[in-house]
Design a protein. Sequence first.
Length: 225
Amino acid sequence: MSWLTRDGLAASLAVGGAVTWGLGWRGLALLAAFFLSGSLLTQWASGTGGRRNARQVLANGGVAAAAALAGSWAAAAGAIAAATADTWATEIGSFSPVPPRLLTTWEPVTRGASGGITALGTAGGVAGAIAIAALALVLDRPGTVMVLVTLAGIAGTLADSLLGATLQGLYECPGCGARSERRDTVCHAPLRLIRGRRWLDNDGVNLTTTLVGAAVAALGARFSS
Ligand SMILES: [Zn+2]
């Protein structure tokens, strides 16, 4: 298993256990769809993909686990839809023939930069949200509204891009101008913050993405029933 570090594997088992405990095999099926499709897409798009650690796993799956333990199918499905849409958008967007543009200012940014969006990536994100919503529908749980789960996934991705373009910390090397989203990156000199906040990194943004997805689906389910 080259997709996870040792602590990442432990975190995945904890998330899978919590989702199964709270929502049964249907919840686990939804989570597995996210994990497998995301891992395969990452492998395909970036070759190696990089192994996920516990922090990354919990940023993507922690909200779904909490929602499942609280017994909320809608919130868990919304969180998983958001995580899936975000991953599909990123990986499918990496094949875009045109460079991404920043969601806020529309200036071109480098591939993979947070807050950057492409038409292809956006379409991929919508497809990911629809895939999870369709699976949720097939699993036929009471309270499932396919449109709501799709909207939850799209809202989560939008929040991800918006935060990535504004509040997420972005750093620059004073020596060569290279940019990084990780402040611990080693370059010519200590990196300096040029945008966003130090306390918000990619994991924090992903956690917010899934929170938005869970909230949209749960609130929608409450008001539509
Ligand atoms: Zn440098």
